[in-house]
Design a protein around this ligand. Structure first.
Ligand SMILES: Cc1ncc(COP(=O)(O)O)c(C=O)c1O
Length: 415
């Protein structure tokens, strides 16, 4: 399946190129009380931007840079390897160095501010578990969530192959919120119309943010995926009947996973000093894009790397990994973005690579939200907290001395 991901990745890259030539409980409770912990967060420097590769102007510049061999790339083994792989495909290197470095240039608008988020060590959680728990601060993306990266990749891939016409195109998506915010922000910055359908159980704050960015939002009753009135089916139908519309389709569009494969993974590797510096990952899955992109990126480069999923009760992902049968009892969680009741193409790309699963409850996630607020000075949303619950469970399983990666998907002020 790793090769299946590769072929998805290669097909995606070819498409771009063509267009250019023409299970446990009580995780937070298990942590010691605050008094012995060190508080605070240490943010790394933000450098560069993810999907610069999809603009003609930057592509030409980056190719010239790759040919010349930039000084920064020469001293950075990760950049070198990435540049070599990209050059083979006729693509510019993932912009980890040189002109992409936001610490030494002015960002090229808000879309350029997606990616290169800090990686923070969660001090109190690390101290309590004996493992180094590092978390990618995705709430610091331009649109405030981990979904900004897929939004950017899906749009720029569609622009590159002509499915979306700059200036006049219409972006349509069904969304649980964060993807919609990313799409709405990018649509504003690039001059697109953006139409979003969403279920009524999404937070009012997210809906308002999308509207503030100018998106046309239709909130529909939350119904099972099998119902023709599910928000995703409504979005698809609307796109089919709207001239100039592009249905981004985050659940089954592999540009979603590829955003994390091409940007989040390489960024983390660079921030920790190499792909071998991370032992394992634990994250939840909504569309499956984050776990898929990160797992494929690290497993391709580090044979010892382990990938774990934390899922909520009622979701079908964990059982799918364990028994090969997708069976969902119906999602009853209040955690937005966590779990699902149907298979997705993005999760298919990672399923055979998942080494184990944990279950997390709503209570554990909410308790972790408050724990992180109190002991780390970190205000994150419930899916991010669920990820830290997963990291703690994984630390208990692996034992002290390991470095575990997780993701802080969005901020708590969004709920
Ligand atoms: C609140 C929230 N957290 C996290 C995620 C990321 O999960 P994934 O990359 O599996 O879609 C999502 C996406 O659906 C989300 O809405």
């Amino acid at each position: 399946m790793r090769s299946a991901f590769r072929s998805f990745s290669n097909a995606f890259n070819r498409q771009i190129r063509r267009s250019f030539s023409t299970a446990t409980t009580g995780a937070a409770a298990a942590l010691p009380k605050r008094s012995t912990f060190i508080a605070g967060t240490a943010f790394a420097v933000v450098t560069g931007a993810g999907a610069v590769i999809f603009t003609q102007k930057n592509r030409t510049a980056a190719m010239a840079e790759a040919k010349a061999g930039s000084t920064a790339a020469a001293s950075d083994p990760i950049s070198e390897a990435t540049a070599r792989a990209a050059a083979k495909l006729g693509l510019p290197p993932t912009p980890l160095t040189g002109s992409a470095d936001l610490s030494s240039r002015v960002a090229d608008g808000m879309v350029d501010m997606i990616g290169w988020t800090p990686l923070v060590e969660l001090k109190s959680v690390s101290q309590a578990t004996g493992c180094r728990i590092v978390a990618k601060c995705e709430f610091m993306n331009a649109g405030g969530s981990v979904k900004d990266r897929p939004a950017k990749f899906m749009i720029e891939a569609a622009e590159a192959d002509g499915r979306l016409k700059p200036g006049s195109g219409i972006i349509i998506e069904g969304t649980g919120g964060n993807t919609g915010i990313g799409l709405a922000l990018i649509a504003r910055a690039k001059g697109y119309r953006c139409i979003l359908t969403m279920p009524s159980n999404v937070s009012a704050e997210k809906i308002q943010t999308m509207k503030d960015f100018g998106a046309e939002v239709t909130v529909v009753p939350a119904v099972p995926y099998t119902d023709p009135n599910h928000f995703m089916h409504l979005a698809r139908k609307l796109a089919e009947s709207t001239p100039g519309a592009f249905f981004t389709n985050q659940f089954d569009n592999s540009a979603n996973a590829l955003a994390h494969y091409h940007t989040t993974g390489p960024e983390v590797a660079r921030q920790v000093g190499g792909v071998d510096k991370i032992d394992a990952l634990c994250v939840m899955a909504g569309t499956g894009g984050t776990i898929s992109g990160l797992t494929n990126y690290f497993k391709e480069r580090n044979a010892k790397f382990k990938s774990y999923l934390i899922d909520c009760h009622g979701s079908g992902y964990a059982n799918y990994v364990l028994s090969n049968e997708f069976k969902s009892d119906g999602l009853s969680t209040v955690l937005e973005g966590v779990g699902i009741s149907r298979k997705t193409a993005n999760f298919e790309l990672v399923k055979p690579l998942v080494d184990g699963v944990f279950w997390g409850s709503d209570r554990e996630a909410i308790e972790m939200c408050y724990y992180l607020l109190k002991h780390e000075g970190l205000f994150v949303g419930p899916s991010a907290a669920m990820n830290v619950v997963g990291a703690v469970k994984l630390a208990k399983k692996l034992g002290p001395g390991h470095t575990i990666l997780t993701v802080l998907c969005d901020g708590g002020d969004r709920y």
